[in-house]
Write a protein that binds this ligand. Sequence first.
Ligand code: FAD
Length: 382
Amino acid sequence: MDFGLTEEQTALRESIEQFAQARLNDNLVDNDKAGVFARENWRECAKIGLVGLPIPEAYGGSQADAVTTMVALEALGYGCRDNGLIFSLNAHLWAGASPILRFGTEEQRRRYLPAMCAGEMIAAHGMSEPGSGSDAYALTTTAVRDGDRYLVNGSKTFITNAPVADVFLVFATTDRRRGFAGVNAFLVDSDTPGLTVGEPTDKMGLRTSPMADVHLDGCAVPASCRLGPEGGGSAVFNWTMERERSFILAAALGTMRRDLERCVEHARTRRQFGKPIGSFQAVSHRLVDMRLRLDASRLLLYRLGWSIDRGQPAGLEAALAKLSVSENFVQSGLDAIQVHGGYGFMTEYELERDLRDSVASRLYSGTSEVQRNLAARQLGLS
Ligand SMILES: Cc1cc2nc3c(=O)[nH]c(=O)nc-3n(C[C@H](O)[C@H](O)[C@H](O)COP(=O)(O)OP(=O)(O)OC[C@H]3O[C@@H](n4cnc5c(N)ncnc54)[C@H](O)[C@@H]3O)c2cc1C
């Protein structure tokens, strides 16, 4: 096993860090307060291939393997302090573009992927509903076949990117009695009559990542827009969630690394009782724990990438990595504030925002409890 990066990966990491530091960090405090999505920065990310990282070049993507994709996302997380922008980009990549690549017909791929990779089209993923979150297959949105189309009715909630999305991957059931086997996935363009997007949702963190509810009222979706075979929605959803939970926290490694560096610098320079605070063991041990969590997170995630690149089943590894990295992300966010004392609590220091942004990682793509359930199942427990 080789723990080193290739020359290309090292160069990619450096170039993305420099790009992100120089181009993606303007007005973050104000944008966070006002909930502004940086559409122009999305286009900048697209120009250097970040919006289509794992998508083949034939469809306009960067064709990066899993480990290289993680390296690129970690670099983005390190250089870009707009966690909301990165979260939106991840949702687009893993819950929009990737399932289209995996399950789409050639026509669907050609229609969506080049525009998505070019930053011209943004994707959103609509599974959660007011009554079904962790129990996703209890969804009540229905799709009734009507000739060569489906009529879709229902409401989706917590939909990342909904206010700016051009296409929605919507899950609906054609037969509730069949449970997950009755679920279908559809690609629904945002201008389809009957699809409406609610008011942007206000939230604790990731405020620059727009979110809203989505309503489907007699929305006529051509049968050619179904993703995957009839009744194949659960396969689409399960695959998509495993992919998403594998990659969505790679950028968090970069955020943790950046915050740790800031903490070490602060502990060296901030003096109390006539000494740098880093000379107090209570402080230095906290920094060591932050470093330990960062290294453990990176090892879990890159091992997962390594398995994905070899085509090995990695369901257990994905659940463990998502669980561990998200919990480490939140704890390191708390520690960064503690090391900075009162300053860490103040908005202008931009650490409290990282903490607020991190909390959602324990919820999206399956909560920490759900990751434990998935891992338990992989261990042969029900
Ligand atoms: C920032 C953010 C972005 C999101 N983006 C999207 C999106 O783009 N598209 C989309 O479809 N959804 C999205 N979601 C929704 C997300 O998938 C759900 O919030 C998540 O699946 C949890 O569902 P819930 O919120 O209904 O909580 P619930 O399922 O009601 O869970 C409440 C609590 O009960 C626990 N719990 C539930 N069932 C079990 C169980 N069997 N065992 C143990 N504990 C259990 C949970 O872990 C949690 O602690 C997003 C959520 C957030 C926070």
